[in-house]
Design a protein around this ligand. Structure first.
Ligand SMILES: C[S@@+](CC[C@H](N)C(=O)[O-])C[C@H]1O[C@@H](n2cnc3c(N)ncnc32)[C@H](O)[C@@H]1O
Length: 313
């Protein structure tokens, strides 16, 4: 874990109290802590750094639960590498979608956060437009792949072509992409290990309907985003499912209970300050829809339509 992140890290287990973490470094190379421990001076919890990967989950020994097992399955990291990067090696993939997301990022000074970053495509785009960027995800496999790409600037992966045949991909980061000001950590988007008021730019793409407590996720994104001079790129296909969160916690997709109706409308009004959950309120600067694909094999793709809100304050 790169050192530049240290001054911003707080104990995720002590939230809502924010205690900065102490670092005990065992080995380090070029400002990258390879082995060590981060610890909370208050609750004494320890968060390991192994092979450069910081585990900042409230309980670092926890195992995936709910729908998260899907992301830990063999081959899933390769499917996300294809979704995020395949167009960089000439494949017809998600080039248009990636361009659309990048076009919605604001440039300027300050740090950026990509929550639920998977293998980090948007995080790289943020790093090119801000002082530094951090991506966080529950999946250690995804975070390791993203860190490898940042360190080696290239990665290879394979996906089924048809039946037992496979197709190999080799992706190199374009020359202009920065990898010195980027980091990826294992962390929970429901208890982010960052101090409040930190990020000038925050993003949550295709994550809200995957978390166990969608409202808590919005609350956390709001906490860590700056209260002034911040932008927030939010998107979701609103694929609500009881395997991710119980129906009573969904922020849409139901006709009764709290937050009935469509998710995009409910998130919009929450961000605008409805009910006082999210404060200070955000102004919605743009909204729309981006289509992107996940590939199973060369003749089978899933088309996902994500509705986005670009908010600022
Ligand atoms: C549908 S994928 C979207 C990935 C990426 N943002 C994109 O749009 O391509 C959801 C991601 O969120 C991660 N995730 C799910 N629950 C999470 C949580 N509570 N905290 C952090 N990441 C989470 C998953 O591991 C997965 O990488």
């Amino acid at each position: 874990m790169k050192r530049f992140l240290l001054p911003y890290l707080i104990c995720p287990a002590c939230l809502p109290r924010e205690h900065l973490l102490d670092a005990l470094v065992e080995s380090e190379a070029d400002g990258d802590i390879l082995t060590g421990q981060l610890s909370c001076p208050r609750c004494r919890r320890r968060f390991p750094v192994r092979d450069g990967v910081a585990n900042l989950l409230p309980d670092p020994d926890s195992t995936p639960s709910g729908g998260q097992w899907r992301y830990e399955e063999g081959g899933m990291a390769d499917r996300y590498l294809w979704s995020h990067y395949a167009e960089l090696c000439g494949a017809v993939a998600n080039g248009a979608a990636n361009e659309a997301w990048e076009g919605l990022l604001a440039g300027g000074h300050g740090p950026s956060l990509d929550a639920g970053c998977a293998v980090g495509r948007l995080t790289f785009a943020m790093a090119g437009r801000s002082d530094w960027a951090v991506g966080c995800d529950l999946s250690t496999v995804f975070i390791k792949a993203a860190r490898r790409l940042a360190r080696e600037r290239q990665i290879t992966f394979s996906l089924p072509l048809e039946g037992d045949l496979v197709e190999n991909f080799s992706v190199s980061l374009p020359q202009g992409w920065r990898s010195d000001n980027i980091e990826f950590v294992v962390a929970d988007a429901l208890r982010l290990p960052f101090a409040r008021d930190t990020f000038r730019q925050a993003a949550s793409l295709n994550l809200l309907d995957r978390v166990a407590y969608p409202l808590a996720h919005l609350y956390e994104m709001n906490r860590v985003a700056r209260s002034e001079g911040a932008s927030f790129l939010f998107a979701s296909p609103f694929s609500w499912t009881a395997s991710a969160s119980p129906e009573e916690r969904w922020l849409g997709g139901k006709s009764s209970g709290d937050y009935p109706g469509r998710g995009a409308e409910n998130v919009r009004s929450l961000l605008q300050g409805r009910g006082g959950v999210i404060a200070p309120p955000w102004r919605i600067a743009a909204s729309g829809c981006v289509e992107w694909r996940m590939r199973s094999h060369s003749n089978h793709h899933e088309l996902i339509s994500s509705q986005y809100l670009l908010a600022s304050r």
